[in-house]
Design a binder for this molecule. Sequence first.
Ligand SMILES: *Cc1c(COP(=O)(O)O)cnc(C)c1O
Length: 368
Amino acid sequence: MKVQLLDLHAQYENIMSEIKEEMDKVLAEHNYILGHQVKDFEATVESYLKSKHAIACASGTDALVLALRALNVGHGDEVITTPFTFFATAGSIARVGAKPVFVDINEATFNIDADLIEAAITDKTKVIIPVHLFGQPAEMDKIMAIAKKHNLKVIEDNAQGIGSKFDGTYSGTIGDIAILSFFPSKNLGCMGDGGMCLTQDQQLAKDLFQLRKHGENPKYIHKWVGYNSRLDTLQAAVLNVKIKYLEGWSEGRRKNAKLYYEKLADVKEIKLPVIHPKATTVYNQFTLQAERRDELMAFLKENEIGCAIYYPKPLHIQECFNDLGYKEGDLPISEKLAKKAISIPIYTELPEDHQLFVIEKIREFYQK
Ligand SMILES: *Cc1c(COP(=O)(O)O)cnc(C)c1O
């Protein structure tokens, strides 16, 4: 039996006719750039997440750059974030000329350890970027309190967590700005690249709209240099169909997670994901901490079970950040979990017999 880590075709089959219909409309209208579908999608996200403003753009990475620029982050500024994330989080900080400052993670949740943030604040710190990793929000209550106390801004990297909640509030609506990604493997994925900024602040929303279109306002008048970073109308058309299903898909992921918790709880060599009591996760990944991780991974691959390591090398020890002066051992929890993390299939349409096979093979591996 071949088990995929993520099967996009299974999702597509269920909504194919709707998607084609909406794409056909764009093809007939030729409104490829900022057609009404983009505005419709922004409005839908605003009402779904109860966010005052949503600004669609070309990718989650671009959304991070736009957010940092809107908060005037640049040379000489420091931005605190986690080293245990997709590269774009820290890459974007460097791209606007600022310095990423890495704070170690919480061993239970993989998210930035909020209790370590204050010690990393200097007079150059401007922003904190928590990442809601694997779909689980970071500790936003503590992080917002620290930001307030030190007069810092917060950008939520919610690329993996659309629909998740912290203390009953949708993540992405708590910080000053939040970003979303619609990369195909995210919980709400389009058919290419796509992203979005969310904010509750009207002035920031205005600035973000300008920045995504060359910093232009009004037409051909430029107070600052922006980007060409728009969500394609075709992608917005796809997302307008998919977003109607998102809550159901998140529920499906949580249901699959429940089966893993039931059937793997007694395997001492693995630690199942720990969810913070105030968090509602959407399980973009279901990530175990496994003893003999590399051997387990090889065994699962031999048995044609899709699995992956997110993330094998923390960002503070990536070559491109050598000049920041970190060395191995500086952020021990991140380094330890990079050697233990393994993500197994959790997508909504995962057939139950496939999931039971994954469970059986994991159990078999540790009984050997
Ligand atoms: C995917 C991702 C991004 C970047 O999104 P893209 O749309 O691929 O540019 C940023 N941060 C995190 C945590 C991500 O998972």
